[in-house]
Design a binder for this molecule. Structure first.
Ligand code: FES
Ligand code: FES
Length: 155
């Protein structure tokens, strides 16, 4: 086991991890951050998306031991049920959540996009979310939600 200090949602946490343990597993099982979802566990679906140094990353493909000194943001660091982030609020208002399993990853991918591009076009939104699969197939409303959030942030 290796001791590693992780910076998650602005808090420093020291955890003991196996050298082969993924960030996804450590977030969920050691830090209790179960908002990060397990889908395929092999880098295909995007449900495990977190931000590492502000960029979307599939946490099922990232070794926790390699995250020392990196800033990790999970959905718990974005907003809460009582105080949703503007992107989360837009998802609610646009009806972009069905079963909700893909939603944390979608929201984080959208957050990363909007930090970089204030008023993305629809093709840019689709491109940014293209690595995130929604089994409920609610893509149109998800794109609408990201557009709504961007219009509110940069009218
Ligand atoms: S669980 Fe990581 S990409 Fe599917
Ligand atoms: S809302 Fe169900 S998987 Fe996307």
């Amino acid at each position: 086991m290796i001791e590693v200090e992780l910076a998650v949602n602005g808090e420093r946490e020291t955890v003991s991890v196996d050298a082969t343990q993924t960030l996804l597993d450590v977030l969920r099982t050691k830090l209790g951050l179960t908002g990060t979802k397990i889908g395929c566990n092999q880098g295909v679906c995007g449900s495990c998306t977190v931000l590492i140094d502000g960029k979307p990353a599939r946490s099922c493909l990232v070794l926790a031991a390699g995250c020392r000194g990196r800033a990790i943001t999970t959905i718990e660091g974005v907003g809460t049920a009582d105080a949703p982030s503007p992107v989360q609020q837009a998802f609610i208002e646009a009806g972009a959540v069905q079963c909700g399993y893909c939603t944390p990853g979608m929201v984080l991918a959208a957050e990363a996009l909007l930090r970089k591009t204030k008023r993305p076009s629809v093709p840019e939104i689709r491109e940014a979310l293209s690595g995130n699969l929604c089994r409920c197939s609610g893509y149109t409303k998800i794109v609408d939600a990201v557009k709504l959030a961007s219009e509110r942030a940069a009218p």
